[in-house]
Design a protein around this ligand. Structure first.
Ligand code: AMP
Length: 172
């Protein structure tokens, strides 16, 4: 199944800039069967683990985060690019495989002790998920795991998220 999912991901060379091979998951998500299998494979890992919240990272992390939260009977929390969230926020800056950015989360989004899964489409350098893990920890959330559809293993993103566990369905 994982091989089928992998085959459905489209490589887009030189996007958003030269030298980056963009792993485009829209070709997986538009397939009803593959989308369902992907969500099932991820969610089965966390069923019965007492997950309170899934934190989805803008923008493709919202798709996975919301589907996962629904399957787990958990809440979904949004981490967004700077200036998008309407209420009071905590902010973290981070570096990306192709740039630098800031992310925000509502200050009241996570209560101390809540069990959290962080979800995004892809783990590259780990800057993004590492920054989000830092925010969740600062707010008192307990990070159960960070979940990704795709991991680019050569970039060693897990190191930036350590000591928190990481799971990815598809590895390159
Ligand atoms: P990083 O912080 O380096 O782990 O980058 C992860 C974030 O950037 C995720 O939100 C991804 O959606 C996006 N991203 C980074 N590199 C790629 C890539 N090669 N293909 C698709 N998305 C990427």
């Amino acid at each position: 199944m994982v091989q089928e999912l992998k085959k459905s991901i489209r490589d887009v060379p030189d996007f958003p800039k030269k030298g980056i091979i963009f792993k485009d998951i829209t070709t997986l998500c538009k397939d009803p069967f593959l989308f369902q299998r992907m969500v099932d494979l991820l969610s089965h890992r966390y069923i019965g683990k007492g997950i309170d919240l899934v934190v989805g990272i803008e923008a493709r992390g919202f798709i996975i985060g919301a589907a996962l939260a629904y399957k787990l009977g958990a809440g979904v929390v949004l981490v967004r690019k700077q200036g998008k969230l309407p209420h009071k926020t905590h902010k973290a800056s981070y570096s990306l495989e192709y740039g630098k950015d800031s992310l925000e989360i509502h200050k009241d989004a996570i209560k101390k002790g809540q069990r959290v899964v962080i979800a995004d489409d892809l783990l590259a350098t780990g800057g993004t998920a590492g920054a989000v893990a830092g925010l969740v920890k600062k707010m008192g959330g307990k990070i159960h795991e960070c979940a990704f559809i795709v991991e680019l293993e050569d970039l060693k993103g897990r190191r930036k998220i350590a000591p928190h566990p990481v799971f990815s369905l598809i590895k390159y």
